[in-house]
Each structure stands twice: as C-alpha cells, then as structure tokens.
Design a protein around this ligand. Sequence first.
Ligand code: SF4
Length: 360
Amino acid sequence: MSTATGTPGTGTASVDPGAGEPPALEVEDLVMHFGSVRAVDGISMRIDRGRVMALVGESGSGKSTVGRCIVRLLEPTSGTVRLAGTDVTSLSRRRLRPHRRDVSIVFQDPASSLDPRLTVGDIVGEPLRLLGGDRSRGARARRVGDVLEQVGLRRQVAERYPHEMSGGQRQRVSIARALVSSPRLLIADEPTSALDVSVQASVLNLLADLQRDLGFACLFITHDLSAVEYLADDVAVMYLGQLVEQGTRAQVFDSPRMPYTQALLSAAPLADPREQRSRRRVLLTGDIPSPVDPPAGCRFHTRCPVAVERCRSEVPALRLVAGRRVACHLVADDGTGPDVRLLGTEGPPHPAPPAGAGRP
Ligand code: SF4
C-alpha cells in the first residue's frame, strides 16, 4: 500500500471474519492505466468474509475498473489482488482456473451481458462447464435448476432465451450465473441501474437475501447511495482513481470526514421528505476532471470548497482517523475537520427518490 498508514479495512469489521482465515479479498496498491488514462491509481482495500463493501463515487471515478481488475477481465498495470489469500495477479491463465470459482461478477446491463443465442440453462450452467469439476451433465442441470429457484425463477425457465424475459428476470439470470459456482466473493457492478425503477428494489432485496443466506462477501459498485445504506456493511469512496475515505457504513454515512464524501452524501435523495427539505446540500461545481491529467496535490482540490494552498501541491495520505481511513489535509488525527455541508444551500427540494428504490 503506497499511501495508507492504517491496515486496509481496519476498524471496519464488526463480525468475526473467520478466525485465522484470510479475507475474501485483499487489493494492494492496484493501478490500472489505459495508455495515458490513469483510471485506477493505487487502491488498497480488503473485504472480510461475509461482508458487503460498497464502492461509491461519480461516474468516471474508476470504480468499475477496480471490479474488472479483480475478476481479471482487465490485467492490472501493477498491484496485487488476493482472493481468499491467493495472489491471483501473478497466476497464469491455467493456474488461475481453480480460483475462478472464488469470484464472480454481475454487470449493469443483463441485455448485453447474456448471450442471446444460448438458453437460460446454458447461460447459467456455462461457468460449471468451463470451470470443470466432476459434475455430470445431469448434476449440472440440477444445480442450474436449484440456483434458478434461489433467485426466484422457476426451474423451467432454463429452456427459455433471454429475449423472452423481462429486464428484472434477465438480471436474476445474471445473478444465478454468478452464483452457480458458489463464489466466496461477488462483484456487483451497478446491478440495478439499467433496470426499470419498479424492479430495482426487488433485485436489491434478492441480493441482500442471497448474501445473508449464502454468506458470500460482496463488492457492491454503485452510485445509488440509498442502496448502499440498505445493503452495505462498509463503504469505500473513490474520486478520480483513488480512495478518499473508507469505513463502516455508519462511520461514512453518519459522520463523513472527507469533503468529497460530505458533498456526495449531501446530494443524495433522502427517503424522509422532511429531512429532505431541511437538509443542506453542497453543489459541486464542474465535472470530475479528466483522468488523463489529474490535478496535482489533492485531486479534489479543483472542486473542494475548503481547499487551501497546500492542497494544490501535496497529496494527502489515506490515513487512519477516528477508526476510518481518510485522505484530507484538513482532517485532524482526532477526526475533527471541516464540514462543507455547513456551507451548503438549503436548496430547492431534490427530485423525490423513486418509489421503493434502494429500500425494501
Ligand atoms: Fe479539500 Fe484539501 Fe481536503 Fe482535498 S485535502 S479534500 S482539497 S481540504
């Protein structure tokens, strides 16, 4: 880890992660550059077994790239990814194979992630076939039927094709495919954002139920903060390729320390309309800068309402502060620091949150 002085994830686990067992995921100093685009620039994090960590940030922050590096859809420029204690970054494709079943990913848009030429049964069963193992064709079909039922579909849909199903049903198929190999870690990359608002809550509920029943760890990549509140144990906030704050959901949501986190949370719709009306919000000016040429010093300084001279030249370390990790020069070791929400406006009301979105 290049910048953190605390152990990744320290202070974020409130359940026994499995005495002596390695965490489901450890990422150390992960870097992913696409030519001159510095999409991910030195991320370290850890998810203990059975925990759900939300990775949040604006689009363009690099959060989906982190997920793709973890499942090796992208080969990271540098850094280490460990799944259940095994460094998978250095493994050849062949030696990686037995570890593939430890991690799965659900993508945003089931319409483009499911092969339209295959039946649902073939789609869901494909990982079992590719990963090998001793399952016969009949045993695989039974497993596919079982997992379809787990995601709330009838076994008979195995005979159908994706185009015969609704968006919500297709995302259930994606989830079934991701879980068929019983992974220890699920990456859920904006799993509801391409769905109709009316089915978003039911898919989130399904994920929450499956996670509780099956106990897999989850990296939940999202910009839907109400879904984070509902699903996540821990929260990591990304800005322009770097982590800027990480802690338990309560730490980050109830007392965010990093000005970017404060601004992000102040802009999220609240379920309670009275709180919504009285809440101050910070309007960040301008878009997230380009990752081709990120600002020097604190990358947030071009939009930070409380930036000082030092912020323009000196990179703030991600350090342990009041039990969570924060990267900001103005946050003291005891956690005191600016609250940019006090500078915010009591705005016109936000648009009402979609009915039921993010909450059961
Ligand atoms: Fe703002 Fe400076 Fe803190 Fe960055 S380091 S969040 S620019 S105050």
